[in-house]
Structure formats: C-alpha cells, structure tokens
Design a protein around this ligand. Structure first.
Ligand SMILES: [Zn+2]
Length: 447
C-alpha cells in the first residue's frame, strides 16, 4: 500500500514515532473530546518524554488521568528532525505534515487532497521556509511566526516547515523562540537540521527530536529497485551514495552525475607531476562550477523575471499586504517573499542568488571529496585485509592498484588530507575553493 511513510527509507523507528503522533493529533482534535480537556493537553510543551537526542520513542506515555487507549500526548507543537545530509529530514517532516493534513484513516494515505497538497507544497495551511544561501534571516522568520498565529484555513493544523534550522541567524532564532514558547493552539513547527547541536539550546529544548539515521545500503538499493532501477546499477549507486538518497537516485539515473563521479575517482591516478596535480584540481573545481551553473541559472532568471513582474504589477499593494496577517493567506506569491522596496528587493534577490551559487559549488565539491575519501577508505580496507563492504565496488581494481602502490600509513594520511579539506571549506567562507583543492591534490601526491 502506498503511503506518505514510504518516502522514509530505512527509518522504521522514526515512522513508528510519527504515526503515533499523527494518531494522537487526530485525538487532540476529535469532536467527541471535551473542549477543555483537548485544549489543555494540546498545550503540553515541551513533551513529557523529554527533549534531546534519542527521544524518537514510538510509545506515547499515558497522560495522568487519561482514559485507556492511544494517548494524545504523542502529539506536540514543536519538532526537530535531525540526520546527516541526504537521509531525508525534510521528506520526513513533510510526510508528517501530510499525515496531519490527511483526510483519511489511518492518516498519511498519500493520495487524498490533504496529503497531495502538502507533498507538492501547495497546501494553504503549510508554509515552507528554505534559505537560499548561507543564512535564514529574521525577516523570513517574522513572516513565518505571523503565519503560525493565524488559524488553519482548510485543514486542522497550521504547519510551519523550516528546512534548515541550522542556518538561522541569531535574531531569527530569537524571533522563532518566542513563537515556540507560546505556540498558537493549532500551530505545528517542523524544524530540520543536521544535528541537535546545530540548533540553539533554547530552541531545541522546546522541540521533540526525531533522529533519522543513515539508511543501510540494502535499504537504499531496495528503494532504487522499487523506483525501476536495474539491480546492478542500484547496487553500485546505493553503496557509492553512502546513505544519501538523492545522490543515489542521481547516480542511478543521471549520466552527468555518473561521469562526474568517474572523473573524481580517477584523480588519484592522475597525480604525478605538480602540473598534473594542479590540472586535476582545476578540473574538479570547474566541474563543480558547471554543476552549480546548470542547477541555478534557469532558476535565477525565472526568479528575477517573476520579481520584476510582481513589482511592476503593484508595488504598493505588495508592500502594504506584507505587513498584515492577511498576507499569509494571499497564496503562493505572498508566501514566497516579502517585498519592501523595488530596487532593494532586486538587489537582495541578486545577493541571495550569489550566495546560493556559492553554496551549490561547495555542496558539489563536498560530494566529490566524500567520494574521494570513500576510495581511500576502500584502499585502506584492502591494505589491512578488512572484510567490509566496499564503498565503490565498481572501482575495486583501482583500489587494489592504489593499495599495492602505497603503505597503509600513506593511505591514512591521504584520507586525513581529504577530510581536512572538507572541514576547511565548510568552516572558512572566505577560502577560495581552487586553492584548497590544489593544496589537497599536492598533499595527496606527497603523502
Ligand atoms: Zn491522505
């Protein structure tokens, strides 16, 4: 049977937690419940099982004095979805949002209008906020908080989905905190971040944490086969993706993604003279730039045109509406941006697009470095005779060749150099990617 939970690959305990919460949410709003009783329990924040990692327990604790049967305490206003990139934090949050909006029983059918509009991000009671660049500003959060205060229009809950809560600026985090401290009765906040440590303690202490784990290669493989990929390609893509679902799909279905990975895994063989090292670095960065350009240029253009049209059509109307709570009900246009002034808005869009471009380049480079680290990890396993599944099974011959040509100590130094470059690029916004990668290819040669 198809349901919204199918999108969560290898996350059985998370699915159990969210299913229980969706059932509890139905109880909270059940017409048979006494109004006072329902309101009192809906206001229980933070949840009684306690915040923090590992609270993804499926069993709702029975509330004191509650009658037998499923408890309403499985539902709470604020949730934090954590997990490494690519495991599907946002998909999990969205599946939960769909189950809260679902019109059928059990909630989360994936087929009704409620589910469908949430999954396609067109539901009137769902507001999704995604930062375009490196940070999520106070302006976006204020709009979100205003939305949270208004009653749901079509469904039962007003759902606020924050895809990158780790990118909140301090001012934005404080604005959000106020809303989490005193949530409106029907508001549900779904925050996503790589780990609980990436979110301010004041915020995470008010959320129930749902920790997604890295799915096993077998789970990813099964997902790809379900989606129509042949067994051999599914096997390679599942292992090479190292638990990153979107990457697994791209490797299985996108020729350019496969070519990019091949080029990355050929790098160790190219590192002879200094000139060759520099050329390999330049190729890697150029490929990342091309990827970013391909991913963003069409979108940049569409956004700029859309904004110009919006400003031309009625700058006063847009500016006036943005401050009222009614703006939140004004549909997709009102939801995607708050416009203050024409010239400023265009400048800001350009800034956001530049920030997004750099972020895409860094994301692509990081993916390449993860592939490279995986190869050296296979080499090390070969050298130490470890019986573990290889990350790049289709490059076993290359791993064997590199293993024979180096000592385990050299391989370890190379692995460390790759990981150090990842950290350096992630931690230093000012670092020029080409210089970092050049320094890496030279270090790999000299290890
Ligand atoms: Zn449904």
């Amino acid at each position: 049977m198809v349901s919204v939970w199918d999108a969560l690959v290898g996350q059985d305990s998370v699915v159990a937690t969210l299913r229980a919460a969706a059932d509890a949410a139905t109880l909270v709003l059940a017409p048979t419940s006494l109004l006072m009783d329902g309101a009192a329990e809906a206001d229980v924040v933070p949840d009684p099982t306690g915040p923090g990692p590992g609270t993804g327990s499926a069993a709702p604790s029975p509330a004191a004095g509650a009658s037998a049967g499923p408890s309403r305490s499985g539902m709470t206003h604020s949730w934090l979805f954590t997990g490494p990139p690519g495991v599907g934090r946002e998909q999990a949050a969205r599946a939960f949002a769909a189950s809260l909006t679902c019109e059928r029983q059990p909630p989360g059918c994936g087929e009704c209008v409620g589910c469908h509009t949430v999954l396609t991000d067109t539901a009137t009671d769902l507001r999704t906020v995604t930062p375009e660049g490196f940070s999520l500003g106070v302006k976006d959060i204020r709009a979100l908080v205003r939305d949270a205060a208004s009653a749901p229009t079509a469904g039962r809950w007003r759902i606020l989905l924050l895809t990158d809560a780790d990118r909140l600026t301090e001012a934005a985090a404080n604005a959000l905190l106020k809303a989490l401290e005193e949530p409106a009765e029907r508001a549900v906040f779904l925050l996503c971040a790589p780990s609980v440590e990436d979110v301010l303690p004041t915020i995470r202490s008010r959320c129930r944490t749902v920790a997604l784990r890295l799915p096993a290669a077998a789970d990813v493989r099964a997902m790809l086969i379900r989606e129509g990929v042949d067994e051999r390609s599914a096997d390679v893509a599942a292992r090479a993706s190292q638990g990153h679902l979107d990457l697994a799909r791209r490797l299985a279905g996108d020729e350019a993604a496969r070519a990019h990975r091949e080029a990355v895994l050929r790098i160790p063989a190219r590192l002879g003279r200094v000139g060759a090292c520099l050329a390999a670095a330049a190729d890697l960065v150029e490929a990342a730039n091309a990827d970013a350009e391909a991913a963003n240029s069409a979108r940049d253009e569409v956004e700029t045109e859309a904004l110009k049209t919006a400003l031309g059509v009625g700058a006063t109307a847009v500016g006036g509406r943005s401050r009222s709570a009614k703006a939140s009900k004004a549909g997709a246009k009102g939801r995607t941006m708050v416009v203050r002034g024409a010239a400023g808005a265009l400048k800001e869009l350009e800034r956001n697009q530049k920030s997004r471009g750099r972020r895409t380049v860094l994301d692509t480079l990081d993916r390449a470095l993860v592939d490279l680290a995986g190869l050296y990890r296979d080499v090390l396993a070969e050298q130490l005779g470890a019986t573990v599944e290889s990350i790049h099974p289709d490059h076993a011959a290359e791993a064997a060749r590199l293993a024979a040509a180096a000592t385990p100590e050299q391989t370890l130094r190379r692995l460390e150099a790759v990981l150090a470059t990842r950290t350096a690029l992630a931690d230093n916004p000012g670092l020029v990617p080409l210089l970092a990668v050049e320094s890496l290819t030279l270090a790999l040669r000299d290890a």
